[in-house]
Design a protein around this ligand. Structure first.
Ligand code: FAD
Length: 292
């Protein structure tokens, strides 16, 4: 059933303090809306439970990308277009730049925000595997102040997360320590853009003397939450990339995920593709080292 606009209230207090004060004073009453690209889809479908919306779009405290010596802090209100066009992100965090490029069309990229992608918590969200691979930290704000939490573990189940109803994500922090790594990103969908992923992988790796020294592999669309394949990562460390290792990695990746059959794909296809992408990443890691 279509929503009746007169049933809804939308306010835009304009400062972070005013927003978090209202969230704290009227617990559970107000739903933050940033770019609205997820919220408005729910609204148009008549499935938006909230009736009171509080705009955080363009809130100055959630804007901008701060470049510090050891980390960058991406305002949660940054759009995909801003991420795509930022030099430091393109050079040092290409997994995130790729995810931004893949997220919907240009109109969606001008409006959709990184904070919205995290809190909307779709298992198929394109930016989340990149945040897992880079071991992002979330800077969360409320009337009580700020806390920093690792993104790994933030999503605790399907659409469940470690965020209180009076908290906002203010920024996402990434450590600047990935030069010398291979950055591997692949989205498998009906098309690369304008399609929801069947499987997406974000991975990072570094060899030393031909041996895997560090590796991080994150996969989306294959479980209720995006996954880091930590058991596989531990198995890979200290090994050289031989055909037998690729076979084992393929099997371990397929076994570690919990894909489902849905309208976009089947569990069997997703498991096979996830294994193939992990093997492709490891092959590139080996070949990149040979070429260097
Ligand atoms: C046509 C179309 C194509 C799309 N394609 C893709 C795609 O390819 N890949 C993909 O991953 N997604 C895709 N999306 C989904 C969507 O664009 C993203 O999830 C986007 O990042 C949501 O951001 P937003 O600012 O619009 O969120 P909103 O719709 O404003 O909010 C989404 C949720 O996040 C909460 N929220 C937003 N910001 C914060 C914050 N800072 N702190 C706390 N809570 C917050 C809101 O309360 C709400 O619950 C698509 C959407 C559309 C309509």
């Amino acid at each position: 059933m279509r929503s009746d606009p007169t049933d809804f209230e939308l306010i835009a207090p304009g400062t972070l303090h005013a927003v978090v004060s209202l969230l704290a004073n009227e617990p559970g009453q107000w739903l933050p809306i940033a770019g609205g690209t997820d919220v408005m889809v729910q609204y148009a479908a008549g499935k938006l439970p909230a009736r009171k919306l509080i705009s955080i779009w363009n809130l100055p405290e959630l804007r901008g990308i701060e470049i510090l010596r050891g980390e960058i802090r991406i305002g949660a209100g940054c759009t995909y277009t801003e991420l795509r066009e930022h030099n430091v992100i393109a050079q040092e965090f290409p997994l995130l730049a790729s995810a931004a490029r893949w997220t919907g069309g240009i109109a969606n990229q001008n409006r959709g925000t990184l904070g919205g992608n995290i809190v909307n918590a779709s298992p198929a969200a394109d930016s989340l595997p990149a945040l897992l691979a880079y071991e992002a930290e979330l800077i969360v704000a409320s009337i009580r102040g700020e806390r920093r939490i690792p993104y790994l573990g933030f999503h605790t189940g399907y659409k469940k997360m470690n965020l209180a109803s009076d908290e906002l994500i203010r920024a996402i922090s990434l450590e600047r320590r990935f030069s010398g790594y291979l950055h591997y990103a692949r989205k498998v969908g009906a098309r690369e853009a304008q399609a929801i992923s069947k499987v997406c992988v974000a991975a990072l790796g570094r060899l030393r003397d031909g041996v895997i020294e560090d590796v991080r592999i994150a996969v989306g669309s294959v479980a209720p939450v995006p996954l880091r394949l930590t058991e596989l990562e531990e198995m890979l460390k200290g090994k050289t990339v031989e055909p037998e290792l690729l076979q084992l990695a393929r099997k371990m990746a397929a076994a570690a995920i919990k894909p489902i059959d849905d309208i976009r794909s089947t569990a069997k296809y997703r498991a096979a593709v996830a294994g193939n992408l992990v093997a492709e990443f490891l092959g590139q890691l080996r070949d990149g080292a040979k070429a260097a």
